[in-house]
Every structure is written in structure tokens, then in C-alpha cells.
Ligand binder design. Structure first.
Ligand code: F7E
Length: 361
């Protein structure tokens, strides 16, 4: 029997990687998306929409009746609730919308499953987040670490986490939380710091941009690769019994480290001087193609307080021990290798863009 999966947020980074895996496993894949799939051409030259064999359904998580109809009609074996307003900084500007999508949206999907009489059939995965740990009380963070959300995004996700647990306990639903630490890839949106850095540095290296402005360079994250993390999302729903898992690499790096790696992958050695808003990243040594556009002493990185958050989460690192012990999962890609992959992809795009800019005179 062909299994049917329903992915909310199929148009996002994780939706894309997960749909690929499910396609390979022979699932019939359905996806909810607010807009036509991303046609952004990344380094591999292929638009995301070309690679997905999925039935797309238009709508979003604020629309209860649409979700109820879709769940009833699709009658999925597995639901992956990846849809979200996932930008933490934006959630401070749009807290009510964020609460509706990231909090109530989960309840809408769970209720649709319950009211369609699918509680015994449909397995449910909730995209929970390391942002739940927020102002952390212990390091590394595991399945037993207390939550302390620090943004409207995290507060909404807290509601979804506990709602998922409650549907498991109240109705016996196979419902799981994956508490995922940051996971990125060449398909990450440019509003997230990793892709902002790899895209910005690639553009600097080909002369399309002079410098890059960032916020808190001291923030530390546990970065993994999205392709590794969606494997774990699928694995969680194949267990005999539902449970919640932390998904992380166990390694922590700062935003400043990530900038240094991205620059190094482009032949630029960056050194940081100054502190706070006066900190600068300066090109100390440049080799290869970048040397045509970047000179020693150029200021490449600036700090702009516009990118600070009213309350930030500054010190995340996960303990993926349970995922390893119970599911045999461990990440294959390190943060630094992921950074190199993202730089290579963004460099291909920047070179294409540079060729299309008519030269002066
Ligand atoms: O920020 C700092 C920023 O926006 C990482 C989402 O997938 O992962 C993601 O949330 C850190 C923060 O991701 C800039 O202050 C410095 O401390 O890449 P980010 P995030 O907020 O960690 C979690 C697990 C999720 O669940 C979320 O949905 O980097 N930072 N300068 C900056 N961040 C951004 N965006 N832009 C900057 O210029």
C-alpha cells in the first residue's frame, strides 16, 4: 500500500528536503503552501519547484476549514507540520499573526485529524524548536531541559509543543515533537543569518557588494544540515511508540565563526577589531578570485543595531544522545562543511549575477 504524507509548509527549506526523501521512499506526497513553490534558482541551477513530485494544495495554517477539508480528503498516514512564521525577529513585529500560525495552526491540524476520525491512523510530527529553551538553564540542552521562551515565536511554539503532547496523552494519538536546533542549507532563506552571510560574502568576493551588516556576532548556535534533520523527522514517525526528540549536532559556534569560515572558503582571511556596535571585520589577507575585488584592509563586516532583537537567545547547544541511542541517528554534515556547501552554491549565483551586470563605460 502506498503511504500518503501531508506536509504543511512544503514550500520551505525542510519541506523541500523532506518531500525528496518521501518521494524516494515511494510516498504519495501532499503539501500545503501559501504561494507557488520557490522558483529561486540556487547554485545548482535548478528551481525548487522542478524537483518535487507532490500534490500542492494552496492555503495556510490560519484557515481552519481548508485544513479540515484537506485532512479529511487526503486521509494521510503521516502529517509533518512544518508550516510556520519561522523568523524569530519578525515575530516581534507580527506577534499575533505568529501566534495564530505557529500556535493555533498546530491545534487546527490536530483537531482536523481528530474530527476526521483519523486519530488511530494518522501519525503527526510537530516542528518544535530549540528556541523553546531560550534563556537556557543548563547546557547542553536535552529532552529534559526546562523551557524559557524569549520571543513571540518561541511562545507560540511552546503552545504547539504542549498541545502535541496533550493530543498524544489525551487521545492516544501518535504525535511527536522534534525539538530541532538550527538547521540550514543552500535552500535556507536569506533572512536567516547563515544564508545572509554566505550570500553576502559570495557577492562581496565577485564585486557585487562592498560590505555586510549583521547584528549580534556573539550569538552561539548549534548548526546542522537540513538534509540530515529531515531524515530524523521521518524516523521519528516510524517508531513503535511516539516520543519527543532533540535533534542537534552537539557542537556550538558563534555567528563570528560562521563569518570567518564563509570568508575563508572564498580565499579571504577576516580579522575582527573593536567591540559592540563598533566591531568590524576586516580583510587581513586575500587570495584567488576574490583578490580582484577585495583589498587588504577593506571593511567587510559591520554591526548594525537594527539587526539586534529585543530579547535574543545567545547560547544554544543540543544533546542529541537520545536520538542516537533510540533511533541510531547522528548528523553526517558538520557546520563548517555545510558553510562550504552554502558558499559554493551562493558563489555560483553571484558569478551568474556578476556576468549580467553591464560594465560601466
Ligand atoms: O539567527 C543572530 C541572531 O535568524 C541566529 C529559525 O529556523 O532556528 C532559526 O532561528 C542568530 C540569532 O536563526 C544577524 O540574533 C546576528 O541569535 O539565523 P537566525 P534563529 O533566530 O536562531 C530556530 C531553531 C528556529 O526554530 C527558527 O525558526 O544569529 N544574528 N546577526 C542574526 N540573525 C539574522 N537573522 N540576521 C542578522 O543579521
Amino acid at each position: 500500500m502506498t503511504k500518503r504524507a501531508f506536509i504543511t509548509g512544503i514550500g520551505g527549506q525542510d519541506g523541500w528536503y523532506l518531500a525528496q526523501i518521501l518521494n524516494e521512499k515511494g510516498y504519495e506526497v501532499h503539501g500545503l503552501t501559501r504561494r507557488p513553490l520557490d522558483d529561486e534558482v540556487i547554485g545548482d541551477g535548478v528551481p525548487a519547484s522542478d524537483r518535487l513530485a507532490a500534490h500542492l494544495h494552496f492555503g495556510d495554517l490560519t484557515d481552519s476549514s481548508n485544513i479540515a477539508r484537506l485532512v479529511r480528503e487526503i486521509a494521510p498516514d503521516e502529517v509533518y507540520n512544518l508550516g510556520a512564521q519561522s523568523r524569530v525577529a519578525a515575530s516581534f513585529h507580527a506577534p499575533l499573526y505568529t501566534a495564530s500560525v505557529d500556535g493555533l495552526g498546530t491545534l487546527r491540524v490536530l483537531e482536523a485529524i481528530r474530527l476526521s476520525g483519523l486519530v488511530d491512523r494518522t501519525r503527526f510530527y510537530q516542528a518544535s524548536t530549540a528556541e523553546l529553551f531560550g534563556k537556557v538553564s543548563q547546557s547542553p540542552q536535552s529532552e529534559t531541559t526546562p523551557f524559557y521562551p524569549r520571543s513571540p515565536y518561541a511562545a507560540a511554539k511552546l503552545f504547539s509543543y504542549w498541545t502535541t503532547v496533550n493530543y498524544r496523552e489525551a487521545y492516544g494519538m501518535f504525535a511527536c515533537n522534534g525539538v530541532l536546533f538550527n538547521h540550514d542549507s543552500p535552500r535556507r532563506g536569506k533572512e536567516f543569518v547563515t544564508r545572509k552571510i554566505t550570500s553576502g560574502m559570495a557577492r562581496i568576493s565577485v564585486g557585487l557588494q562592498r560590505s555586510l551588516s549583521l547584528g549580534n556576532l556573539d550569538a552561539k548556535r548549534d548548526w546542522g544540515h537540513a538534509a540530515d534533520y529531515v531524515r530524523m523527522q521521518w524516523l521519528m514517525l516510524q517508531r513503535d511508540a511516539p516520543a519527543d526528540y532533540v535533534i542537534a549536532t552537539g557542537e556550538q559556534h558563534s555567528v563570528r565563526d560562521f563569518v570567518t569560515w564563509a570568508a575563508a572558503a572564498l580565499g579571504i582571511e577576516i580579522r575582527f577589531f573593536g567591540s559592540g556596535v563598533d566591531e568590524h571585520g576586516i580583510a587581513a589577507h586575500v587570495v584567488g578570485e576574490a583578490a580582484a575585488h577585495v583589498k587588504q584592509g577593506d571593511i567587510l563586516i559591520r554591526v548594525d543595531p537594527r539587526f539586534f532583537r529585543p530579547t535574543d537567545v545567545v547560547d544554544l547547544v543540543g544533546d542529541p544522545g537520545r536520538a542516537l541511542n533510540e533511533l541510531g541517528w547522528s548528523p553526517l554534515v558538520t557546520a563548517r562543511d555545510m558553510c562550504a556547501e552554502m558558499v559554493a552554491s551562493d558563489l555560483a549565483v553571484a558569478r551568474r549575477d556578476a556576468r549580467h551586470i553591464p560594465s560601466e563605460g
